[in-house]
Design a binder for this molecule. Structure first.
Ligand code: KG4
Ligand code: ZN
Length: 339
């Protein structure tokens, strides 16, 4: 008998719902929230209100696009955390109510594990190479930057993480300094394509071991610009593409240096990129180059599955359903939740 999972994601500023049947993605709907743009970052209170407005239409659309009936749904997967508590509460409460109404099990999903497990999603009629355990994942998003050994669907170990800002935050903060709107990461990527990555050099952090640090980079970028702007007030406008290309190269250099170290230490050669920053073309290209150079088997999610989505929640819920890991109705969301 088929297993059909409805996934719901509401951890930050995207309200998303998706249907996965037997590991195959049938629909994937995302409503992003324009309301935060003018504030230069996500405003938690506004995010929860927008989730309240979006959640029913988004779920309805996901079910319709998948062509399934409500009574075909076997289980309901939702993001328990980590994320903004008010946002998580909307998804959690909706998931509880809907699972009770349909009389189906509730499946709690860790958002970070879900970013990684997105690699197991299949598409109708597509036979794709699947990743095998154990693999090493570089999980890079707006809130997290970690190196994770993935031993099984629900067995993951973090071996390195950022001690301050996440890589996505570094992209967004540097973008803000040069006047780009939030979230700046995708725009830096776009302008970087026409810039020279060697035009400017920024200091890289010296952190021992597998941990990361990005807060110093943002500060040195800020001071660098302050000095240049004293000499030429149009410096940013004249050098936008080169600035984007150089900052992107620096962030990618920092990310892959530790990844190579982790591969040497663990001997793992199956490498999976995950999280919003894995949409970055500089990082994607570098991963492919490193794959060839080091003999790694590199897995990169398709761009629409890198940033927050509910397809990743549904596929994670699918594995939980198969192993009978059901959540009880008194479950509460958690703002902090490790991999
Ligand atoms: O995974 P995600 O959607 O949300 C979190 O769980 O944080 O990641 C969002 C982050 C943002 O910081 C955004 O700027 C960054 O991913 N991002 C990018 C690109 N696309 C998204 N950063 C650089 N280049 C991109 N193309
Ligand atoms: Zn995320």
């Amino acid at each position: 008998m088929s297993v059909t999972i409805l996934g719901i994601e509401s951890s930050c500023d995207d309200t998303a719902a998706a249907i996965v049947r037997d590991g195959i993605l049938l629909s994937n709907v995302i409503a992003d929230q324009e309301v935060h743009r003018k504030y230069g970052g996500v405003v938690p209170e506004l995010a929860s209100r927008a989730h309240q407005q979006n959640i029913i239409p988004v779920v309805d659309q996901a079910i319709k696009e998948a062509g399934v009936r409500q009574e075909d749904i076997s289980g309901l997967a939702f993001t328990r955390g980590p994320g903004l508590l008010g946002s998580l509460l909307v998804g959690t409460s909706f998931a509880k109510g809907f699972s009770m109404a349909l009389g189906i099990p509730l499946l709690e999903v860790n958002h970070l594990q879900a970013h990684i497990l997105v690699h197991f999603l299949q598409k109708e009629g597509e036979a794709k190479e699947t990743i095998s355990f154990p693999f090493l994942s570089l999980l890079v998003s707006g809130g997290h930057t970690q190196l994770v050994i993935v031993k099984d669907y629900n067995q993951m170990e973090t071996i390195g993480k950022t001690i301050d800002d996440a890589a996505g935050e570094a992209f967004d903060k540097c973008a803000k300094v040069i006047g780009l709107p939030y979230p700046g990461g995708p725009m830096v990527d776009r302008y970087a394509a026409s810039g020279n990555p060697e035009a400017f050099r920024f200091n890289k952090p010296r952190i021992v071991g597998l941990d990361y640090s990005f807060s110093g980079l943002k500060t040195s970028f800020l001071y660098f610009l302050r000095d240049r702007l004293k000499e030429d007030e149009d410096f940013i406008a004249k050098n936008r593409d080169d600035l984007c290309a150089s900052i992107q190269k620096t962030i990618v250099d920092i990310l892959v240096e530790k990844l190579e170290m982790a591969c040497r230490q663990t001997g793992i050669r199956e490498i999976a990129l995950a999280g919003g920053v894995s949409a970055n073309s500089g990082l994607r290209n570098r991963m492919l180059e490193l794959g060839n150079k080091n003999g790694w088997n590199v897995f990169i999610p398709e761009p629409r599955l890198t940033t927050d989505n509910a397809a990743m929640i549904a596929i994670t819920g699918f594995f939980k359903y198969l192993s009978g890991e059901f959540a009880s109705l008194d479950i509460t969301p958690l703002a902090r939740l490790p991999v």
